[in-house]
Ligand binder design. Structure first.
Ligand SMILES: Cc1cc2nc3c(=O)[nH]c(=O)nc-3n(C[C@H](O)[C@H](O)[C@H](O)COP(=O)(O)OP(=O)(O)OC[C@H]3O[C@@H](n4cnc5c(N)ncnc54)[C@H](O)[C@@H]3O)c2cc1C
Length: 427
């Protein structure tokens, strides 16, 4: 499949599923006099936000849709590296739910504290909200103690910026204050984590900023608990071409183990050496958002197993899990994946609640990463249910030595994708 066809397929998949599943109509299933079925969606990111909007829009008023999301101005993690590199403003990656509200989704701007699965209720402060179906899309939480010495308090000194907003702004402020000769140390996360190429795109954006400011002696060391990473061959080639000698990636064979960090002295300790850095970016290990763990929806991996045919929780037939909080088999954790899973879940929920027609689940993903201006690489694939998991059915990845116009075109594709996904989520 060409890129163009694949992109078309992705956007058409959402559109055509929507068109094909327009209800024929709800009352046939539930009866005229009965109350509308209630869908509650927890989380207003690419996962939850897409489900809420698509069910609301395509059910045409036949389902009562409530979305619980405490953040009024949602800054996207996706494209936050582009902001770090200075290509976008913070404002341009920050969105609100005004249009979603106007379209008829009831938004509860607060944290949900617990889910009572027996009563089919979700608790928000003292209020309990009943549901017929619940979608949870709380994203990730960070395992602070996965890096000894690191903590939520330490993130004020050593930002993670793996959840967006103030943390990303802090990272950028610290990056822009660096003088030539600075050392940046990034502690990369173990699998599975949100956005597999994200740490390496971020290191590229650090280097881009330092190079643009004329730094000659500054250095970036990535300490990785993994032995390989996403798009490694093309990242490594790009780093050599654009930033020779500036980015050093160390796997466990080199550093011998990450022993911990000291936020008071800005030091990172490994078996090989202790690094005193001017900027430390710690990206800890991750789990599904706490509320999913508390509700017993996660397994020993720390993420929520789902039925690949429909995104329904394997722990509870009334609950769907989409986005980073689920274990999607071979699909990576990305906004693109979350959005694709959300479109499948929205279709299946309309099928269940109002008898709308459903089609076999198909998923897709692409992750673009910018290495340097107009040098953008991508990885992705299409996916379908395969036994117990979502399985890859086709894949593609950028190759070393590609012509510059392909890389430039990739960047343009990523900008088009950003525009399209934020419109899916925020209207
Ligand atoms: C640096 C970086 C770069 C990235 N770049 C890309 C990229 O280029 N392309 C891409 O596809 N992906 C990218 N990603 C990954 C992408 O951001 C995530 O995969 C995506 O945001 C997951 O969506 P989600 O809806 O599952 O979770 P989230 O976006 O985290 O949304 C979860 C929402 O749930 C809410 N929530 C959580 N708990 C509760 C609760 N108890 N009550 C109420 N609400 C709650 C939160 O407030 C949040 O708004 C990147 C990530 C990072 C960190």
């Amino acid at each position: 499949m060409t890129d163009l066809t694949r992109r078309k397929f992705t956007s058409l998949a959402g559109a055509s599923l929507a068109a094909m599943t327009t209800p024929l109509f709800a009352p046939a299933v539930l009866g005229q006099q009965k109350a509308k079925p209630k869908l509650v969606v927890l989380g207003g990111g690419p996962g939850g936000g897409t489900v809420a909007r698509f069910v609301n829009k395509d059910a045409a008023g036949a389902i009562d849709v409530t979305m619980i999301e405490p953040i009024r101005n949602f800054t996207t993690c996706f494209f936050s590296n582009i902001y770090v590199g200075g290509y976008r403003s913070f404002q341009s990656i920050t969105h609100n739910y005004d249009k979603v509200r106007k379209e008829g989704v009831r938004i509860v701007p607060a944290w949900a504290s617990a889910i009572d699965r027996d009563k089919k209720q979700i608790m928000v402060g003292k209020q309990s909200i009943s549901y017929d179906r619940l979608v949870i899309a709380p994203g990730i939480d960070l395992k602070w103690d996965s890096v000894p010495g690191y903590s939520e308090a330490a993130s004020q000194t050593m930002p993670h910026a793996w959840k967006p907003g103030a943390q990303t702004q802090l990272l950028v402020k610290r990056l822009n204050a660096l003088r030539d000769g600075a050392l940046i140390v990034m502690v990369a996360p173990p699998n599975p984590y949100r956005c597999p190429p994200g740490p390496y795109e971020r290191a590229s954006m650090f280097a881009h900023v330092l190079k643009a400011k004329g730094h000659k002696k500054s250095k970036i060391i990535i300490l990785d608990p993994k032995t390989a990473f996403s798009k490694q061959a093309v990242f490594t080639e790009g780093w050599q071409r654009h930033y020779p000698g500036m980015i050093e990636w160390q796997d466990p064979k080199v550093h011998g183990g990450i022993k911990g960090v000291n936020p008071k002295t800005n030091e990172v300790m490994t078996d090989l050496a202790n690094y005193k850095a001017q900027l430390v970016n710690v990206i800890p290990a991750q789990t599904a958002g706490q509320i999913a763990l508390k509700a017993g929806l996660a397994d020993k991996t720390g993420f929520c197993p789902i039925d690949p045919e429909n995104m329904r929780s394997k722990m509870d037939a009334n609950i769907y899990v989409v986005g980073d909080a689920c274990i999607p088999g071979q699909m990576p954790k990305s906004a693109f994946s979350a959005n694709s899973q959300a479109k499948v879940a929205a279709m299946m929920i309309r099928g269940e609640l109002i008898g709308a027609k459903t089609f076999p689940a198909r998923y897709s993903n692409t992750c673009w990463s910018l290495i340097e201006t107009d040098d953008d690489i991508k990885v992705g694939g299409t996916y379908e249910p395969g036994g117990d998991i979502i399985k890859e059915s086709s894949t593609f990845v950028s190759k070393p030595g590609e012509p510059a116009d392909i890389r430039k075109q990739n960047y343009q594709e990523s900008i088009d994708w950003y525009r399209s996904i934020v419109s899916d989520i925020f209207g």
